[in-house]
Design a protein around this ligand. Structure first.
Ligand code: GTP
Ligand code: MG
Ligand code: ZN
Length: 366
């Protein structure tokens, strides 16, 4: 028998982010099945790019009942099933996921996209900045393990002072994170050209995801980088600048001379999920102050000796920022309690039925 040869570099999969160092691992794991990456999930079916080109695949019906539904960005192993056609047989273990709390069912995690290296948080300059929303997106981004950056879009509608003002506010919310102002309008780029900026933020081999409100200009940005209208874009509907949810799927798109970008439908309210560490990271200033509180379990409300409240009184910390921190922390605590309760119930149910040992919350892999 011939020794197993190293796999040839597949140009199509390389274009979709298959790196040389994962090549052998992923092909070997495929074990005769077809390796691909999901570029879109729509009505339970997935568009998958493979060595041999694009295919549309259904999910394994048994697996679909598990909590691991395929998402854009997933690497998968496909089989050509005589009965159903192309079928996702297995999802390769995810390296990173961007997740939120499922907006429908309040207490489950919803994975938005998988295997992303960068989260590009968009905030359009044609509408008021809501710091709380940026903070939430930052928590989401840090929790994914991917590196966040903030894109201030539509810089053509604001003058230089306005851009500088918004930039300063965002930089204060997100110390150390890159904040870039850009415009998709030809000739109106304020910093460098947008293609150069994006090439720097999303270099070859990197997968980035665009998140932000509907109407922020995510799809327009993608089109501008591609040089053609690949993604539908929509008018901004009303005076508050809200978009109309033009994009409805999460689409993975290779950029010319750069990495890959996932265009997503706009999200307005984003519930954070199981993101304690990320919360502490985004609110590092509050956490640091809290180190000086008299009580270890200080809630930073009415306790005596609260260093956080003292900072608010001394105008060193914005009371609204403290309020948002306390609110998000309460949200996570409540979630964890409900989850523990659910696990307890499932556990006693299992014991009554004489089943195996109880589970508790499954912490996802990072
Ligand atoms: N002036 C100006 N308008 C822009 C810019 N980028 C996008 N727009 C406009 O903003 C509107 C919304 O743009 P989209 O790209 O559809 O926004 P989106 O973020 O993809 O929205 P969803 O798909 O709904 O999440 C469109 O009318 C665009 O023409 C920009 O840089 N400057
Ligand atoms: Mg869009
Ligand atoms: Zn305190």
């Amino acid at each position: 028998m011939e020794p197993m040869a190293a796999h040839d570099f597949s140009p199509e999969l390389a274009r979709y982010g298959l790196s040389a160092d994962r090549l052998d691992e992923l092909f070997e794991a495929a074990d005769g099945r077809v390796l691909g990456r999901i570029i879109r999930v729509e009505r339970g079916e997935s568009d998958v790019v493979t060595e041999a080109g694009p295919v549309r695949a259904v999910s394994d019906s048994l697996r679909a009942q598990s909590d691991l539904a395929p998402v854009t960005g997933d690497w998968v192993h496909l089989v050509d099933d005589p009965e159903v056609g192309w079928r996702i047989d297995e999802i390769v273990e995810r390296q990173r996921t961007l997740s939120r709390r499922d907006p429908g069912e309040q207490n489950i995690e919803q994975v938005l996209v998988a295997n992303v290296d960068r989260v590009l948080i968009t905030q359009a300059l044609d509408r008021p900045l809501r710091p709380g929303r940026i903070e939430r997106f930052l928590v989401l981004a840090w929790d994914s393990g991917a590196e966040p950056a903030v894109l201030l879009t539509k810089s053509d509608v604001a003058d230089a002072d306005e851009v500088a003002e918004v930039r300063a506010v965002v930089e204060a919310l997100a110390p150390g994170i890159e904040v870039v102002a850009l415009s998709a309008v030809e000739g109106a780029d304020r910093d460098d050209g947008i293609a150069e900026q994006l090439r720097r933020l999303v270099p070859a081999g990197v997968t980035a995801v665009l998140v932000g409100e509907s109407g922020a200009g995510k799809s327009t940005l993608v089109n501008r980088l591609l040089g053609h209208e690949a993604q539908a874009t929509g008018d901004v509907r009303d005076a508050d600048g809200a978009g109309r949810h033009t994009t409805i799927t999460r689409d993975l798109i290779p950029l010319p001379d750069a990495g890959l970008i996932i265009d997503t439908p706009g999200i307005r309210a984003v519930g954070i999920w199981d993101a304690e560490d990320a919360l502490r990271r985004v609110f590092g200033d509050v956490i640091e102050l809290a180190g000086g509180c008299r009580f270890n379990d200080c809630q930073h409300g009415v306790e005596p000796g609260c260093a956080v409240q003292a900072a608010v009184e001394a105008s060193q910390l914005d009371a609204r920022r403290l309020g948002r921190f306390v609110g998000m922390r309460a949200e996570l605590i409540e979630q964890a309690e409900r989850e523990a309760e659910r696990a307890r119930r499932a556990d006693s149910g299992r014991r009554r039925r004489g089943g195996g040992k109880g589970g508790g919350r499954k912490k996802r892999r990072r």
